[in-house]
Design a protein around this ligand. Sequence first.
Ligand code: DAT
Ligand code: MG
Length: 151
Amino acid sequence: EQVEETYIMVKPDGVQRGLAGEIISRFEKKGFKLTGLKLFQCPKELAEEHYKDLSSKSFFPNLIEYITSGPVICMAWEGVGVVASARKLIGSTNPLQAEPGTIRGDLAVHTGRNVVHGSDSPENGKREIALWFKEGEICQWTSAQGPWLRE
Ligand code: DAT
Ligand code: MG
């Protein structure tokens, strides 16, 4: 059982719509451990680097404009299986196809305003946390919940 880390971000629409607390709560209540958290206005260069695999897509300029249009909430979460589990909690990219009970299924209606990001692999989790957080912004701590969450 491998402890993983994932980068989760409340996108500008999530912040503007007052959904940040609700979104953070989903991961908190599930039982993952928060190791990094900040409100941040993302520069264009960082958004482009974060989404570089999509740079050839027609929607790329819109995506960059959206992500840089207001502050985001950057988070690092840690746990066994956290990468895939967080993707399930978030739901499908298109919120109309996302299952009820997921963040996008419950809180969004459009792919271009889908309120939250989650890393798609453990490798990208590490890459994205390194991209969005500086040295000293990640906290290693022992949660008192540990023995109540896992056998
Ligand atoms: P996800 O955010 O579910 O990991 P992704 O990595 O494929 O999805 O794409 C990143 C973001 O780009 C996505 O959250 C919204 C936007 N996007 C993806 N596909 C799109 C499309 N076909 N039209 C418009 N925006 C799109
Ligand atoms: Mg993605």
